[in-house]
Design a protein around this ligand. Structure first.
Ligand SMILES: [Cu+2]
Length: 141
């Protein structure tokens, strides 16, 4: 019981402005040498009782950030921009390679391994949420 109360308290302190969503495992891939774009991933959990959708992401470290999905078109896997990422109550959505992801364009300064990239998430209920993403290397295919 005590543990439960502590959990509730910590969750509410972390998400003062967005009580309904928990973000975990936020990462941004270090751009490949000579490239000015990168991908970002995290898991979203909707802890509330209402549907919610992620509408936009911004970062002071990048000129722009888009929400992307992968889609099969004419037998080719292609990336498409989506206008939102919806999460049903009690459900989780995972941004991951080959699926939904953030596309980050134009780093405003070099992105170093191990660095934290601040992300601002804008939700459909009007709240903003700050997330810190770990810069990781693109795994070898
Ligand atoms: Cu993309």
């Amino acid at each position: 019981m005590r543990q439960f109360i502590l959990f509730v308290l910590s969750c509410c302190t972390l998400n003062v402005l967005a009580a309904q969503t928990e973000i975990s495992n936020a990462t941004v891939r270090q751009p490949l040498p000579g490239k000015t774009l990168s991908a970002g991933y995290f898991s979203i959990r909707n802890t509330g009782t209402n549907p919610i959708a992620l509408l936009a992401v911004t970062s002071p470290q990048f000129d722009s950030v888009e929400l992307h999905a992968h889609q099969m078109t004419d037998g080719m896997m292609q990336m498409v921009e989506v206008d939102k990422i919806a999460v049903a109550p009690g459900q989780s959505v995972h941004l991951q390679p080959g699926g939904l992801h953030l596309m980050l364009f134009g780093p405003t300064q070099p992105i170093q391994l191990g660095q934290q990239v601040p992300l601002q998430l804008r939700w459909s209920d009007g709240t903003m949420q700050s997330v810190s993403a770990n810069v990781t290397r693109i795994p070898k295919q």
